[in-house]
Design a protein around this ligand. Sequence first.
Ligand SMILES: [Zn+2]
Ligand SMILES: [Zn+2]
Length: 174
Amino acid sequence: MTSWTGLVVIALLVFATMELVAWAAHKYIMHGFGWGWHKSHHEPHEGLFEKNDLYAVVFSILAIGLFILGNAGYPIAGAVAAGMTLYGFFYFVVHDGLVHQRWPFRHIPHKGYVKRLVQAHRMHHAVEGREGCVSFGFLYAPPVDKLSEELRAAGTVKAEQAARRAAGGARPRS
Ligand SMILES: [Zn+2]
Ligand SMILES: [Zn+2]
């Protein structure tokens, strides 16, 4: 499996698996014991960076380590690193770019699957707190109707609004 085709297949498999890894990490780590870093991403903030970016740094360090291994005679490690990096690139474009507009131009997708991805992640951000969120994936999202149904069923948005009102009418975040 160290032929070029084999390595490309490995990289593509890793790319696909990364969505699963990212989904699980987002749901169980970032909204679990890792909330301390991720919280910054669910709050309004100023400045270019947020504590949540440390997750990207961790993944990058992992990928760099694997690239080094790949260069040292372990091509499979290099293929894994390539798959991870490709995922990181798409994650950046969809999540940081299209959804959160962290680049210097505006582009809002108005149709197709990309629009669904953006709406799905907006729904993730409809909830400010750690609990009761929906849509933890980044490059795969179920249909938006299904997500909004799930969100309604969880009731978190309503509960947060009520808590805000009780806390003295702080303006809801747009
Ligand atoms: Zn989140
Ligand atoms: Zn986000």
